[in-house]
Write a protein that binds this ligand. Structure first.
Ligand code: 3PY
Length: 256
């Protein structure tokens, strides 16, 4: 099964609106349009930047998808400070990151929250990018495969196989996020293969083989090619390197 690779930039809490417009414009300028026939590319800016970035991408007619970094599962109501799925859908988001370790660790997001968000996104036709990954202490204790696959099982609870196929999983070891330390291709592949085996167990081989599993955690232009060459790594969720148009473009090229 050949899976089309996905390179998604997670801009995190970076870029004011004018800065985001410049970055989107730089990415658009550097992106050869025929690359986008071979690889899927998405950018996930902060909420306030979504519309201005969408405007740049639409004006340039560049087929780069838009994703949000988080969302709340209720459609509307008294949830001060939250952003709903209809809001991001109206702007044109086709992806939404859920359960990034920064949200789990800094904002107390639980496996149950991740599952509710993923289910609500699927219902609305937006593909969740479900993030999973172990901390350094879990890795050092040795039970990291059990830990990560338990996160996967919790995130996919109540989601059927057809819907699961529309989602993306991102393996992001917490010890490799924002630390400049990257998992080796072998370390990343070991966990991505275990995630695929877990999905095959939850659903079936065909469903697992159809689903994209990304690696995230300090992927950059220097290490992307080797990581992306692994059998079960179908793309990258890119942090810091997504904020430099030239670096992001090199990662896209590595995925071709
Ligand atoms: C990183 O690369 O640091 C990320 O967290 C990507 O989501």
């Amino acid at each position: 099964m050949t899976r089309r690779k996905l390179i998604a930039g997670n801009w995190k809490m970076n870029e004011t609106v004018p800065e985001a417009v410049v970055l989107a414009q730089e990415i658009s300028n550097l992106m050869e349009r025929d690359w986008l026939e071979m690889v899927d590319v998405a950018v996930c800016p902060p909420f306030v930047d979504l519309k201005p970035v969408k405007t740049v991408l639409e004006f340039d007619r560049v087929d780069i998808a838009l994703g949000a970094q988080n969302v709340y599962w209720e459609p509307a109501g008294a949830f001060t400070g939250e952003i709903s799925i209809p809001m991001i859908k109206e702007i044109g988001c086709t992806f939404c990151i859920v359960g990034h370790s920064e949200r789990r660790n800094l904002f107390g997001e639980t496996n149950e929250d991740v599952n509710r968000k993923a289910r609500a996104l699927i219902e609305a036709g937006i593909a969740p990018i479900v993030c999973v990954g172990e901390s350094l202490s879990v890795r050092d204790e040795g039970a990291y495969l059990d830990y990560v696959t338990a996160q996967v099982r919790a995130a996919f609870a109540g989601i059927d196989g057809d819907d699961a196929r529309t989602t993306v999983v991102a393996y992001e070891p917490v010890w490799a996020i924002g630390t400049g330390r990257t998992a080796t291709p072998e370390q990343a592949e070991e966990v991505c293969a275990a995630i695929r085996a877990c999905l095959a167990d939850l659903y079936d081989e065909a469903t697992a083989a159809a689903m994209r599993i990304l690696y995230g955690g300090s992927m950059n232009e220097g290490n992307a090619a080797l990581l992306l060459a692994e059998a079960d790594i179908d793309g990258g969720l890119i942090g810091g390197a997504a904020l430099k148009a030239g670096s992001f473009i090199e990662i896209v090229k590595a995925a071709l």
